[in-house]
Structure formats: C-alpha cells, structure tokens
Write a protein that binds this ligand. Sequence first.
Ligand code: HEM
Length: 142
Amino acid sequence: MTLAHPGPQLADALTIVRLSLHVFAACVWVGGQVTLGGLVPTLRREAPQVLAGVARAFARLAWPAYALLIVTGVWNVAAVHASQASSAWTVVFALKMVLVVVAGVGTLVHQRATSPSLRGAAAGVGTLATVAALVLGVALAG
Ligand code: HEM
C-alpha cells in the first residue's frame, strides 16, 4: 500500500531561526556580490574615486555574512543529524564544502590582487562557486 503524501508542514521555531539566519547570510554574501558586480561599471564611469571605498564598505558586510554562513552551517549539520544522511547527501555536502572554500579563497584573492586580470578571474571563480554552493544548499535542505 502506498501512503498518501502528508502535505506541507510548518517548520518548528528553532528550525525557522536556524534556516532564516543561514539564508539571510547567504542573501548578503551572494546578493551583495551580484549587486556590487552590477554596479561597478556605472561607478567606474560616473564616480571612479568612490570605487575603492565602496568595495571596502561591502567587504565589512560580506565577511561577517560569510562567518555567519559557517556558524549556522555547522548548526545545520548538527540539526539534520548528518551522520545518518544518505551517501548522495554526504557527497553533495562534501562538494558544497569545497565550493564554500573556493568561494572564500576566490573572494580573498579578488580583494588582494593587484593585477586586473587576476582580480577579475578571482571574482568570477568566487561568485560562481558561491552560486553553486547556494544551489547545493537547496538540494541538501530537500
Ligand atoms: C557560501 C556559503 C554558503 C551558502 C551560499 C549556503 C547556502 C545555503 C542555502 C541557500 C541552503 C538552503 C536553505 C533552505 O532551503 O532552507 C543551505 C542549506 C544547508 N547548508 Fe548552507 N550555505 C553556505 C555554507 C554552508 C556551510 C559552511 C555549511 C556547513 C558547515 C552549510 C551547511 C548546510 C546544510 C547542512 C544545509 C541543509 C539544512 C537543512 O536541511 O535544514 N552551509 N545552505
């Protein structure tokens, strides 16, 4: 006999707090990179003198968001009882961790690079890795 699908259920309060913090931090980290990337050509054209200050101001928001992603990510792992996960979940999780590291290192290299080509390449790699980590996060949440 096949059981009927139970239908959508509300998350409990602690899950709402945990996932809201994780998703909020992802919004700031990912959304900020995409938005700033979109604004840079206009800033470079209209107000090149403010570009470095704007980038520094964004870094002051983005790195705390990245730290919050890691802290709430560890909380996620504990809350979902990852040790009992399927092997597919574990593989996707491991891949996501690699992408999180690539995203962080890519962003750091982007900030520190002095050559424009390295700066651009690192930004591209960092942003792609971040977006891929986000998609795998959605897959993990099921
Ligand atoms: C660039 C960094 C990261 C991004 C953009 C990101 C993004 C996401 C997103 C969008 C979700 C789906 C949430 C939902 O649908 O409710 C998620 C879930 C998840 N993330 Fe992350 N995440 C990041 C870092 C991490 C880290 C560092 C860890 C572990 C240390 C982690 C562990 C998890 C786990 C276990 C879930 C599933 C949670 C559940 O099923 O309740 N994430 N992530």
